[in-house]
Design a protein around this ligand. Structure first.
Ligand code: BES
Ligand code: ZN
Length: 443
């Protein structure tokens, strides 16, 4: 095994689950491993404390006249459940069938470490980098980066850069280099529906008082009309229409056909907003999703209960020029208006993030495309992404610079799910990509 793969396996053994307080020390240990690695490469490194998980910053010796490139990544990972569905333990990474299996292998440890190891190789072979480099790695991306914006604002002068690069997004298909020039935004909330003071016998009281589980189901159903459009008043008001050049370009992108989508999702049929292709629905249209729903008896057999409470977790994916705060107000108004009789509804507003959009044909965009071309030996495709990395738009605004998304996640990498995996060939391509990118950006 190469030293680089060994490094990745070591990195993956930390159970750096940011959302779970039982793993707080694992997140820290992971940050410290990273610090050691970066120091060993000869970079100046700092571990910054936050109210939750540490931020890691590393840089080479900056030289006047060179471009400054900030590479962002996250070393925290999603929870592993349902853990029984993994074929090998999530934090005991294994290499099988040309892939590295383990939580975080793609999202985001494998992708970010490729940048670190690209820099290591360049330093070993050439002694210096073509750019002034800043690595900015956080341990809170999967929980909405609560402490990163304040950190960046406080250290704006030291972190100021000319361009941002990130590999935390997707590739449309194996071997097809992909430049992302957009991300959806997000707004989350949790809804609690309350009925009687306590659980009731569903025979003794059912029919005379409202059932919160029925009410939450009605609320969930009220989010869409029968065709699949989001039914919240004003939801689409600020949506920037798709342009013809994008629609034409995306129609040619491999890996996005109906058959591809059915195969990768395993769904019996595709569904979504009428009048749009899957690519358009995912990359340029907003959505309302239920991420969790619960109430009443979930155990074996039946239990005749009228539950006192029900809950649902919602997230809304947003596109330019929707504003998450404005959308959340519209969501709250909608839920209050549609609250069924006989129950009350409470909305707890969660984290949010703005959508991101950049010109893929700018000078930096072209440098990103050229780096992808060199790393994969093929013409890159240009896409927007369905997922969200809210900090990218925040950094774009704070530093006033562009961001390039050089994704290495394949559709079957199962990020956020059991059996997350990363193709060894993409790890190797990521290392080449970093080297080509820094050279191209320096020009
Ligand atoms: N790497 C993903 C985002 C992503 C995945 C973008 C694939 C494009 C393609 C990131 O780690 C993530 O999961 N982000 C969360 C953001 C949220 C917690 C604020 C998301 O999109 O759900
Ligand atoms: Zn993620």
């Amino acid at each position: 095994m190469t030293k680089q793969l060994e490094d990745l396996l070591s990195f993956l053994r930390f159970a750096s689950v940011s959302t779970d307080s039982d793993h707080t020390s694992d997140v820290r240990d992971c940050a410290e491993w990273l610090i050691k690695k970066l120091e060993h490469m000869g970079l100046d490194t700092e571990l910054h404390e936050t109210p939750q998980h540490p931020i890691v910053v590393a840089r080479n010796k900056h030289v006047a006249g060179k471009k400054t490139c900030l590479i962002y990544g996250h070393y925290d990972v999603q929870p592993v459940d349902p853990v029984e569905l993994w074929d090998s333990p999530p934090f005991e990474p294994e290499i099988r069938d040309g892939r590295i299996w383990g939580r975080g292998s793609t999202d985001n440890k494998g992708q970010m470490l490729a940048h670190v190891l690209g820099v290591e190789q360049t330093l070993e072979e050439e002694g210096e980098l073509p750019v002034n480099l800043i690595f900015l790695f956080e341990g809170e991306e999967e929980i909405g980066s609560p402490n990163l914006v304040p950190f960046i604002e406080k250290h704006k002068a030291e972190l100021q850069c000319d361009v941002i690069a990130v590999s935390d997004t997707g590739m449309v298909s194996k071997g097809v280099p992909t430049l992302g020039y957009g991300l959806r935004g997000i707004a989350c909330c949790e809804v609690t529906v309350k009925g009687p003071a306590g659980d009731l016998h569903s025979g003794v009281y059912g029919g005379a008082v409202a059932n919160p589980a029925t009410a939450v189901a009605r609320l969930v159903a009220s989010l869409h009309d029968s065709e699949g459009n989001v039914a919240i008043e004003g939801f689409y008001d600020e949506v920037r229409p798709l342009e013809d050049w994008e629609r034409n370009m995306w129609a040619e992108v491999p890996g996005m056909s109906e058959q591809d989508m059915l195969a990768v999702t395993g769904s019996p049929a595709l569904f979504g907003e009428p009048g749009y292709s899957s690519a358009e629905r995912l990359w340029a249209r907003p959505t309302a999703e239920v991420n969790g729903i619960g109430s009443g008896y979930q155990g074996e057999g039946s239990k005749t209960v009228l539950p006192a409470e029900a809950m649902a977790k919602f997230s809304f994916r947003l596109v330019p020029d929707q504003d998450p705060k404005d959308i959340m107000k519209k969501v709250q108004a909608h839920l209050e208006k549609h609250c069924p009789e006989g129950v009350t509804v409470e909305v707890e507003v969660g984290h949010d993030g703005k959508p991101f959009y950049a010109d893929p044909h700018s000078k930096n965009g072209k440098a990103g495309q050229e780096a992808l071309r060199q790393a994969f030996g093929k013409e890159p495709v240009l896409i927007r992404e369905g997922g969200s990395i809210p900090i990218i738009q925040d950094m774009k605004e704070i530093f006033g610079v562009e961001a390039l998304m050089l994704g290495l996640a394949l559709p079957d990498c199962q990020i956020h799910a059991p059996n997350e995996n990363y193709y060894v060939e993409n790890f190797e391509a990521g290392i080449r990509l970093n080297r080509a990118l820094l050279k191209e950006l320096a020009k």
